[in-house]
Write a protein that binds this ligand. Structure first.
Ligand code: APR
Length: 326
């Protein structure tokens, strides 16, 4: 049987860590693609990184071919393409500040994916996520179920981490979900969060839960302040969780940025006018195989509407840059 082929566009911090984790889990062969360094044309960073990663194989006991390239033809036949190309945040920057530069990069990457990997499922990681996944969808013209964004997997991971720290229990025993846009825009769902089925609202006072929610919202910014650039371990872990569900057809339910119209009242009855926002998705070999909808209470509805409106504003910026995406 053929091994899955997973291409990672952008071989920087997140891309490199994604490649490592995909190989460690033996999810398939990995192609790492990046662009040449204009100031140092003698370097070939993706090839170097791929070689370094390949040499972990005998120690970590994995069989995976890892190659590094500047050429899009090498992504041909990819089952999944992960897109981390773009610039990360610097201290003082919001994710939205990246839109002008990253939208152009993601559009260029999308055009190449359309040409060289027309059957792939695409996971976008570049920020501002909810807008970049829209650019990917428009520029590839792929069916919406084959384009999604990674944000919820990371936000949920941060949320669970802070709750586990507060409760003094294993992270494995926290179940929870978030909706909406990435980070600051996420919609918390404390009434749907539990420790092995015991609602956290029975275990923690409201202000402690709120503190965990707030820290998860700005968790990315907290790390940017500490490191001078954005995080990569947890973003990669969240991304590879999605890759695994797709290549192993596991049908995991993972909060992902997926195309919604009627779902969660994003654009009811307005065909083609929907947006990508974080919602619970069943991820399998066909990509987003199902969006799970449930009724929100009044507060959740308010947060969700704010989140949708923020994503819509950002898409407005994208549409002004690329009128053909309107
Ligand atoms: N094609 C391919 N790769 C590109 C392109 C392009 N057109 N433009 C930039 N890149 C590459 C860069 O050369 C770099 O190696 O994308 C890589 C990005 O890596 P980092 O700078 O290390 O950034 P990283 O932390 O991995 O974040 C990447 O994901 O979460 C988001 O906000 C984050 O937008 C950022 C992206």
């Amino acid at each position: 049987m053929r091994r899955a082929k997973i291409s990672v566009i952008g071989a920087g911090n997140i891309g490199g860590e994604c490649a490592r984790s995909i190989a460690m889990k033996e999810l398939g062969d990995v192609v790492l693609l990046d662009i040449p360094n204009r100031e140092k044309p003698e370097l070939h960073m993706p090839r170097g990184k791929a070689l370094d990663l390949a040499c972990c194989g005998p120690v970590e006991n994995f069989d995976a071919r890892i190659t590094g390239t500047f050429e899009y033809q090498d992504i041909e036949g990819s089952d999944v393409v992960v897109v981390t190309a773009g610039v990360p945040r610097k201290p003082g920057q919001s994710r939205d500040d990246l839109v002008q530069i990253n939208a152009g990069i993601v559009k260029n990457v999308a055009t190449n994916i359309k040409q060289y990997a027309p059957n792939a499922v695409v996971i976008v990681v570049s920020n501002p996520l909810d807008a970049m996944v829209y650019v990917m969808w428009k520029a590839t013209g792929f069916p919406a179920h084959r384009v999604m964004g990674q944000a919820g997997a990371l936000d949920v991971a941060r949320y669970k981490t802070f709750l586990a720290m507060e409760l003094g229990v294993s992270v494995e025993d926290i179940q929870g979900l978030l909706l909406g846009g990435h980070g600051d825009d996420m919609v918390p769902l404390p009434r749907r969060t539990s420790v092995n089925g015991i609602p956290i609202t029975d275990l923690l006072p409201a202000e402690k839960i709120q503190a965990c929610v707030d820290r998860a919202k700005v968790g990315g910014g907290e790390i940017v302040k500490l490191m001078g650039t954005s995080a990569w371990y947890a973003p990669s872990a969240g991304t590879v969780e999605m890759v695994e569900s797709i290549v192993r057809d596991k049908k995991r339910v993972i909060a992902s940025a997926a195309y919604c119209e009627d779902e969660y009242g994003v654009a009811p009855g307005q065909k083609g006018k929907g947006l990508f926002v974080g919602v619970p998705c069943v991820l399998g070999s066909r990509g987003v195989e199902k969006i799970i909808s449930f009724k929100l209470d009044e507060t959740e509805r308010k947060f969700m509407d704010e989140s949708i409106s923020h994503v819509r504003d950002l898409i407005g910026v994208v549409k002004r840059m690329f009128p053909e995406m309107a």
